[in-house]
Design a protein around this ligand. Structure first.
Ligand SMILES: N[C@@H](CCC(=O)N[C@@H](CSC=O)C(=O)NCC(=O)O)C(=O)O
Length: 282
């Protein structure tokens, strides 16, 4: 692993690393904010999953998370949104291929050889963090959040690993990808035509099939009402319906006038970090 950038921020450090990923079969880059508390104690870890077209850098530069992360004493890890490199399959569109990994393990050619983002986020990256930052990060205390495609990723990963994540939150998530155009475009290509395979990556389906709602992590969703993707792609009402069906703790906050951008994310970043932090015990 190689450190490729660092900046002191709010008493901690915003850093960027690259490493060889076995599961994605390419070099991967991630960002890590380490709060000042990590000088003297191990701190909990929050994962941020970004949306379509993003790298690890959008969140770091636009979300304004560092001040509150420093105050609370949580580390924030922001991975890239897809495998990268000249031999990685791609399409000349913003919602498929590089920058659009959808946090799935692809099973179909030509995608499967690199697009293993679910395993990368759930297993390989945390294991690397545990190895490399054993004295600063406490990987027994984790939470996850994200935006849009990354909100979908956070919900799916959190709901499939309920013993791992203390809480889940999402900005403008794709709540039911098997029912909307972004999922209908990406899932057949990554996962094939069998819709059963898609359901493992659909937060609404996972939630509505949860057998013990009390064991689920609490979920908070923020949704702007001036978001141009809301009606066609995001469908927060489907997540609410599933939550009601099983009695899960899901709060959806609809915000008048806010759009899909990082201006919206930055406006509610503090609230989400405090929500996740509260469930992490900080
Ligand atoms: N270029 C696209 C829109 C791309 C876009 O809005 N990406 C969002 C995430 S959308 C869902 O995953 C984003 O976070 N962009 C990066 C940023 O820094 O704003 C189009 O033309 O529609």
């Amino acid at each position: 692993m190689e450190k490729i950038d660092e900046h002191k921020a709010f008493g901690g450090w915003q850093r960027r690393y690259t490493h060889a990923s076995k599961v994605c079969n390419c070099d991967m880059t991630f960002a890590l904010y380490v709060p000042p508390q990590a000088d003297t104690q191990r701190v909990p870890v929050v994962y941020w999953l970004s949306g379509l077209t993003c790298t690890d850098e959008n969140f770091v530069n636009k979300a304004g998370a560092q001040r509150v992360a420093a105050e609370l004493g949580v580390a924030v890890v922001a991975p890239d949104t897809s495998p990268r490199g000249d031999d990685v399959a791609d399409e000349d569109v913003f919602d498929m291929g590089k920058g659009a990994g959808f946090y799935v393990n692809a099973t179909q050619a030509p995608w499967a050889s690199h697009y293993q983002m679910y395993d990368y986020v759930v297993s390989e990256l945390p294991a690397l963090l545990a190895d490399e930052f054993n004295t600063t990060l406490d990987l027994s205390r984790e939470a996850i959040f994200g935006h849009s495609m990354g909100g979908h990723g956070a919900l799916v990963i959190g709901l499939r690993n309920i013993d791992r994540f203390a809480a889940i939150s999402a900005f403008s998530p794709i709540c039911a990808p098997t029912e909307v155009p972004w999922g209908h475009k990406a899932f057949p290509k990554y996962l094939g035509d069998d819709r059963q395979a898609w359901l493992a990556y659909d937060a609404t389906h996972l939630l509505s099939n949860a057998d013990n709602a009390e064991a689920l992590p609490p979920i908070r969703v923020e949704q702007g009402l001036a978001d141009n993707f809301l009606d066609e792609q995001l469908h927060p009402h489907r997540l609410e319906e599933a939550a009601e069906q099983v009695g899960a703790d899901v709060e959806v906050n609809r915000r008048e006038g806010y759009d899909h951008s990082y201006f919206f994310i930055a406006s509610f970043m503090e609230d989400h970090l405090r929500f996740l932090g509260r469930h992490l015990g900080v």
